[in-house]
Design a protein around this ligand. Sequence first.
Ligand SMILES: Nc1ncnc2c1ncn2[C@@H]1O[C@H](COP(=O)(O)OP(=O)(O)OP(=O)(O)O)[C@@H](O)[C@H]1O
Ligand SMILES: [Mg+2]
Length: 303
Amino acid sequence: MAKQGDALRSWVKTKADQATRDVLQQRLTGTRVLSVTSGKGGVGKSSLVLNLSMALAERGQKIVILDADLGLANINIMLGNEPIYTLWDVVEQRVSLRDTLEEGPSGVRIIPGGSGITELARLDSAAISRIIKAFQELEGECDWLLIDTSAGISDNVLSFVLAADEALVVTNPEPTALADAYGLIKAVWEQDGQVALKLVMNRVQTRDQGTRLGSRLTDLALKALGQPVEFLGQVADDPQVARAILKQVPFYAAYPHSEATKDVRDLADRLLHRVPPPRRGGWGAFVRRLVENWPREINQDPI
Ligand SMILES: Nc1ncnc2c1ncn2[C@@H]1O[C@H](COP(=O)(O)OP(=O)(O)OP(=O)(O)O)[C@@H](O)[C@H]1O
Ligand SMILES: [Mg+2]
């Protein structure tokens, strides 16, 4: 019996050591930049970003969310916050990037993009360098940068997807959402994107439905385009999600035992423990790729 106890203790210790090593390794290799995107609007990106960030934070990860929706500041609305500063104030040199950070749940911090996102198109090379430097200064403080993008395959959205290390393509089981998710994957493939694509099937009625539709879409991308897309997993269609949104609290906190919370935990575990995608240089490199490929309104000097 004593021997069994020792074996169990040693197993627990090995597991704990491994988890600590994973976190330390993550810190050494820089921030993992993950954009969350979709072909069709309203499929659950912002809700996934917010709740997934909490699941990752619970696993010892330091998270910053960039609310990069070109329309409304989705994440802050979900939390019932009114941002004081946005990325635009950083571009205009009124405040530092650190001043824009809003405290979210579980220690997650949020950068409200606001009009700063669209204005990236107007920056001259000096302003671009300032933004890159500002992002680099925060780099050592975070393991993940999660980006909540707008829907669709506009050049602006694609720029975020292509600049990241990896992108979660979110869809739901509706045929129109699946078709638009495929359109987005195709648009990335057409650009010869180096980003690692992962698929999340949101609002599934059954596990079977999620797996079936997920595999069908990833198989099609591979066969028709030769584009690998990993099926990361699914989130149940859960009435608690809408309830939490109405209360302006994340479902992860309001309904910790809900199906959706369980599924988001599984997604976080898979993101952390499956083979990580190739890192492409952390925040600084991400911002540089982003602004270099950002659709220009006027011609700027190359950096
Ligand atoms: N797993 C789920 N179960 C039930 N309802 C959900 C789920 N995920 C999202 N929803 C519903 O879908 C709505 C839209 O979600 P969300 O705002 O996250 O989508 P979005 O993709 O960010 O939209 P947009 O393209 O407008 O930014 C939510 O208000 C919520 O009611
Ligand atoms: Mg949104």
